[in-house]
Write a protein that binds this ligand. Structure first.
Ligand SMILES: [Zn+2]
Length: 340
């Protein structure tokens, strides 16, 4: 644990130093930055737990972060950034949220209004208006929140039957929340090898019954506020590169039709669930006249970036709380983009 803390401190220090350097300024002035977020939650300590850190930012942290971002960057609409990644007096940044979580309306909107900023949300279009849930969240929170996870024999047995028994570190009641969360993060990552159908049925077993996604009226209200625009992030959140041509067509057509039906001005930008895509997925988007698509690959948006594989930088709770860590992520992403 001490070694991990020291590594984080070192990354933060290096990231801070890089952000202040002439090289960083030059790189950020000549390339655009797209930030990727998912959820905004109430509590900073809860958001910073390892299994939530990459997907959650606390509202109070996001508030301070937006103040910092607006002082360092020109925060622009995503379409403006993609059309012109650079060229202003300040580096350009655009904010994106994946999935369409209900907390985006409840907690992110007031903060975007306060700082007079805009963002783009990419909605998994089968989710609004019902209690379909994201498996990572449902299984993760169910296992984490039980005082004694062995009290949920049905879910534990189903996970074991799927070949993924819940490991001792997640189940041990004596461990501190930080340690259990650390074990849970690794366990949840290992579940990504299961099929979409298996994950959907496990998520249904673990779901709390509360909707996780915004409904369409809330989405339309957000669009009307002028602070959000919306694009598609799959229909069922299936990983697009694993689908048959027929299934891929269904995912793309259903999600694009839902957006066209439900919002006034859908974005001409697709967002790959889990960042998964291949040449067939890109060709299918081209056929549907979608000019841009967002990946989860870290990097800056260069003038020569593949428009159907736009890189982003993930804004975790820790990176939002300590911009030096974000600087580190941008620096490493920019390096990876230069040497693919
Ligand atoms: Zn997603």
């Amino acid at each position: 644990m001490l070694k991990a803390t020291l590594t984080l401190k070192l990354k933060e220090w290096r990231g801070q130093r890089w952000l202040r350097s002439q090289a960083a300024r030059q790189q950020l002035l000549t390339n655009g930055l797209v930030l990727m977020l998912h959820r905004i939650v109430e509590d900073e300590d809860e958001a910073a737990l390892p299994h939530r850190n990459e997907l959650c930012v606390a509202a109070s942290t996001f508030d301070r972060f937006l103040g910092w971002l607006a002082s360092e960057f020109d925060c622009v609409a995503l379409t403006d950034l993609l059309e012109q990644p650079a060229g202003g007096k300040q580096p350009r940044v655009a904010l994106t949220f994946d999935d369409g979580w209900e907390d985006n309306a409840r907690l992110a909107l007031p903060l975007l209004q306060k700082h007079q900023l805009t963002a783009s949300v990419f909605v998994t279009t089968d989710f609004p208006g019902n209690s379909t849930t994201f498996w990572w969240e449902s299984i993760g929170e169910r296992l984490f929140n039980l005082n004694c996870p062995t009290q949920d024999p049905v879910l534990l047995q189903a996970l074991a039957d799927a070949g993924m028994p819940v490991p001792e570190g997640v189940r041990r009641a004596g461990l501190c929340p930080q340690q259990r969360s650390f074990h849970l993060q690794h366990y949840l990552a290992s579940l990504k090898t299961l099929s979409d159908d298996t994950l959907i049925s496990l998520a249904a077993l673990a779901a709390s019954g509360q909707p996780q996604a915004m409904d369409w009226p809330a989405i339309r209200q957000l669009e009307q506020s002028g602070h959000f625009r919306f694009g598609a992030h799959g229909a069922s959140h299936a990983l697009l590169d694993r689908l048959s041509p027929q299934e891929l067509s269904r995912e793309l057509d259903h999600s694009l039709a839902a957006l066209a039906r439900e919002v006034r001005q859908p974005l001409p930008i697709y967002c790959y669930p889990n960042g998964n895509y291949n040449a067939e997925v890109q060709a299918a988007l081209r056929q549907r006249h979608i000019p841009w698509a967002l990946s989860t690959r870290p990097g800056l948006v260069t003038g020569t970036a593949d428009p159907l594989g736009i890189p982003r930088i993930c804004l975790s709770q820790r990176a939002a709380a300590r911009p030096g860590l974000l600087g580190w992520r941008i620096r490493m992403g920019a390096k990876a983009g230069r040497n693919p």
